[in-house]
Design a protein around this ligand. Sequence first.
Ligand code: CO
Length: 248
Amino acid sequence: MSRFTHNHVRTGVAKNLAVRHTAQTEQHGERTLPEVLRLFDRNRMWSDRLKEINPDYFSNLAKQQKPEIFWIGCADSRVAANQIIDLPPGEVFVHRNIANVVVHSDLNCLSVLQYAVEVLGVRAVIVCGHYGCGGVAASMTDDDHGLIDNWLNHIRNVQRLHHDELEGLDHHQREHRLCELNVIEQVRNVTKTTIVRDAWRAGNGPEVHGWVYGLGDGLLRQLCVQKPDDAELNVLPSPTKEDCDVHP
Ligand code: CO
C-alpha cells in the first residue's frame, strides 16, 4: 500500500474512530473514564493494522484455535504471556493468577488445564514465574493482606518445604530463590494432576516446563522440565547469582 493510500486509510479510520468514540461516550455516559473509552480506539487501530497485512487474518483465526503451548503465569501486568514470547493471538493458551500457583482444588485452573490437554492437545505446559513477584514477596511477611493471605499460604508451604535451603540466604536472595522454588513446586503440582497423569499414561501428554522471567532484562530462564517418559522432574541448576541480580 502506498504511503498516500496508507495515510488516506488512516484518515478514514480516524474519522470512523471519532464517530465511534462519540457513540461509545453516549452509550456509556460521560462518567466512563477516557482511558477506558480510548481502549476501543486502540483496539480498532490494532485490528486495522493486522487486516492491512492480511485481510483474512481474523476470519481465519475465528475458524479454530490450535495452540501448542499452555502458559500458566503470574497476573502481573509486566509478564504478559504472548508479548514476552512474541507470539500472536491463537498461539498460546493462557491461565494467570497471583504468583502462578497451581492448586489441586482450584477448579478454574484445573478446568483450563483439562481443556488445554484433552481438547487442544497442547504439546507443552509452561509454568512461568518472575523475579520481583509481589505475591511471593507478600508471602514472606506476616503482614495482614486480608483474603489473599489464604492464597499466599500455598507459597508459604513452598517456603516451609525448602526451609533449610532458604534459611541460609539474606532476604534479597531468599525472595529470588523462593520465586524459583515456587515455580518448581507448581510444576510438580501440574505433573501430579489426574489430567496430566492420565494423558501421560495414554502416551500423548505434554511436556511440563518451569521458567522464570527477569523483569530487569526481559529474559526467560529454564528451571525444570518433565517429559512424559521421565520418571521424575528434572530440576536444572539454579540461575547464576549474576542472573538473580538482574532485578529492578
Ligand atoms: Co508476580
